[in-house]
Design a binder for this molecule. Sequence first.
Ligand SMILES: [Fe+2]
Length: 400
Amino acid sequence: MPALSPLRALPLVLLVGACSQHTTRLAAEGTGDLSNPAAPRRAPDSALVASCGDGAEIAPRLDRRPYLQRVGAHDARVLFTAADGAPIEVELRRADGTLVAAHPATRAAPDEPWSVGFVGLEPGQIYCYALPGITSPAGFRTAPQTGDVSFVAFGDSGNGSSNQRAVYGQIQTVPFDFVLHLGDLAYETGRASELESRFFDVYRPTTRSFAVFPVIGNHDDATDHAAAYLRAFDLPDNGVPAQRERFYSFDWGDVHFVALDTERVTAEQAAFLDHDLTNSKQPWQVVLAHRPAHSSGDHGGLASFRETFGPVLKKHRVPLVLSGHEHDYERTAAIDGTIFVVSGGGGRDTRPVGWSDFTAYAESVLHFLFVELRGGRLVVHAIDGVGREFDSVAIDRPLP
Ligand SMILES: [Fe+2]
C-alpha cells in the first residue's frame, strides 16, 4: 500500500484553490508502492552504438538530423529536414555490414521532412542506417513480433529548460525500446520553431535511434490545429482518414497501443477505438492520450473522455491508460478494471496535486515513466528528475 501523503487529508477544494502556485521540484518527497523495483539501469542505446555508431554529422547539410518513425517488426522510416533540395540517399545495413537497401529520400512538399521507408525487415534485429557523406551510421532495433516490451512515457516536457534536460538525463539511464510522448511537446503554441528547439534539439540522441509515438497536446494544437506536429511526425495512418494521424494504433511485442486525440473527443474516435481494440490480437493493451480521464490536479479529469471513451475501455478491459496535461504524477486504483496514470512531469514545471477517492498515489514532481512487460507482468515505474524511483505498480493478467 502507498504511504499516506500529507496532502491526502486535505479537501480537494482547498487544493484547487492553491493551483496558482507553480513550483518546480525534481525529486519526489513521498513514496508510493515500491514493491516492483525497475531492472538495473543502463543506457538504452549502448548496444546500438556498439553495433553501428553514433550517427555523427560529417557534412552540415541538414536542418533536422535523421530521426526514426513508424518502427515496426518489419519496417522503419528515416526522416530528416534539409532546405537544400539536392537528392540525399539513405542506406541501410545489417549490423554485420551487409547492405540491405539504399534509397533516395523523397518529400511530399517543400515544408515536409525528407523520408525513406524500409520494408521487409526482420523482427527484433539491429539495423544501421546512414546518409553517406552526411552522417555516419546510427542504429535502431525493429520491434519484436511477440513478447516483452519496455518503453518510457512522459508529457509536458517543457521549453528547453534545465528541468527538462534533468528529466531527459534520467530517461537516458533506462533500457527502453521506444518512447511515448503524452502531449505538449512544444510550448507555448506548437509552432514549428518551438517543436525544433524544444523537442528535436533536446531529444536528438534518442530520436536518432528510437521511434517516438506522440499524442497531440493542447499546446501542440494551438497553432493551425497541430500543423507543425503533423508535419514533423510520420505516424500510423490507420485512424479515420479525415483525422489522419491525430489518432492511431500500433503493436510492439505483446502490447497493442492506441493513441487518442483529446483535443477532439468525438463519437467517431470512440468508434475507431472500439473497432481497433476488437480487432487487436495482442494480449495487452495500453491507451495514451494527453488530457486525463481522472485527475486530482490543476485541470481535473476530462468529463468527455470518461463519457465517450470510458465505456469502450471498460468493454475491452484495457489495463492501463497513460495521460499528461497535469504537471504532476497521479496513479489511480483500478477503475472498472483500468489503472489510469497521469505523467505530465517531463520538465515544464510542477503544480500541486490533491488526492481523490480514486487516487492510489499522487506527487507534484518532475518525472517520467519506465514501463516494462516481462513474463506476463506489466510494471509501471515512476522515476523522478534525480533518478529516484518513487512509485511503481504491477499489473498481472492471465494471458489468453
Ligand atoms: Fe496540456
